[in-house]
Write a protein that binds this ligand. Sequence first.
Ligand code: ZN
Ligand code: ZN
Length: 123
Amino acid sequence: MATQRTSRPTRGQTDREAGYLTRLLGRIGRAPSGCWPWLGTLTWGGYGQIGRHGQNVTAHRAVWEHFVGPIPEDLTLGHRCHDEDLTCPPGPCEHRRCVNPTHLYLQTRSEQMTARLAHAAAM
Ligand SMILES: [Zn+2]
Ligand SMILES: [Zn+2]
């Protein structure tokens, strides 16, 4: 071991983090489509939701941050499974609860708008 972490988390923090990960990983479902539907609470907009360190965050962001890494502040996390399925109407749909990191991608807000408009135009 080359380096030793100087500030070790306290036992309480470690337990809380472990509890959070258990909740996070325990609420990921598997759908035949390849989507990983969130099995926990959903927001009014149809996104998965989880409490993390006293804050509610959307589940697809929490899963992305766990498996992939931090989300830059100026980017948003889009659903490829939704954006590529133009038969899926805009608004709350089954894809929103999908937390499969390979179905998610970082996009700018203008890319997000373009994807939404493509769906609206396909209707
Ligand atoms: Zn999906
Ligand atoms: Zn959809």
